[in-house]
Write a protein that binds this ligand. Structure first.
Ligand SMILES: Nc1ncnc2c1ncn2[C@@H]1O[C@H](COP(=O)(O)OP(=O)(O)O)[C@@H](O)[C@H]1O
Ligand SMILES: [Mg+2]
Length: 246
């Protein structure tokens, strides 16, 4: 059965896009058919896959100009629904129409049988696009950056997930929290301990170490496994994918 995950955090820079890309790539290497959905107007995921300046993007879905998801074939195992900056212009008009909250769910329903995993890269906000993602998903993957104030606002993220689960999507669950960009500092270790204290076994054993190859890979429009298969980044993201599969 297809599993649909939202990759979410209200903050930018927590490695949502990096995690969507590289967990998706790891799952594809493990033999699964993967659809990545870029729901961020910044379109970083699309850019990281070399998809830019194209006509059909997720924005057209929210503008009601498309009734099917605009899917691009990246390779045999990975497909992408790209985004574009136009998406931010559409947003204000959507809140007044209740149907706008279910657009992604209804369009994913038409294609989901073609995939084993669908990963949705959310924007750094809890607005209507992230809500579309949560309504369409079975689980949420929360990325937490090992940085000062990392835990601030996580209760708000949890509350939104609870509200959507209670009212709109009873199937929604927390898939897990992944700590990203860890290093050897005391702060990094303290954040991991605090998260394990608060969220117990929802926190993945695998953490994603700070690794320059990860940043270089996306600049080079590649996932970490194509760019540097021996890097710590490749090792960590493969371990994370395997833990998600458990
Ligand atoms: N483990 C890591 N090591 C080094 N750089 C990272 C790592 N994870 C993410 N980055 C870099 O941090 C920046 C923010 O990551 P990104 O995935 O774009 O975050 P978000 O989508 O949450 O805003 C990017 O430049 C990315 O390349
Ligand atoms: Mg992003």
């Amino acid at each position: 059965m297809t599993k649909i995950l939202s990759v979410l955090n209200h903050k930018g820079g927590t490695a949502k896009t990096t995690t969507t890309l590289n967990v998706g790539a790891a799952l594809s290497i493990l033999g699964y058919r993967v659809l990545l959905v870029d729901l961020d107007p910044q379109a970083n995921l699309s850019q990281s896959l070399g998809v830019e300046e194209i006509m059909e993007t997720i924005s057209m879905v929210f503008e009601r100009k498309l009734e099917i998801l605009p899917i691009r074939v990246i390779n045999k195992q990975i497909h992408l629904v790209p985004s574009s900056l136009d998406l931010s212009a559409v947003e204000p008009g959507l809140y007044s129409n209740i149907n706008s909250y279910f657009l992604l769910k209804s369009l994913i329903a038409k294609v989901k049988d073609s995939y084993d995993w669908i990963l949705i890269d959310c924007p750094p906000s809890l607005g209507i696009f992230s809500q579309n993602a949560l309504i369409a998903s079975d689980g949420v993957l929360i990325t937490v950056q090992a940085q000062f104030l990392a835990l601030k606002g996580l209760d708000t993220v949890y509350n939104l997930i609870e509200t959507i689960k209670d009212r709109l999507n009873p199937d929604l669950g927390i898939q897990g929290l992944v700590v990203t960009q860890t290093n050897h500092t005391k702060l990094s270790k303290e954040i991991l301990l605090a998260l394990r204290g608060n969220y117990q076994d929802k926190v993945y054993k695998t953490t994603i170490r700070q690794n320059v190859a990860i940043a270089e890979a996306s600049i080079n429009r590649q996932d970490i496994f194509s760019y540097s298969p021996e890097s710590n980044g490749a090792i960590d993201y493969m371990n994370l994918a395997k833990e998600i599969l458990l």
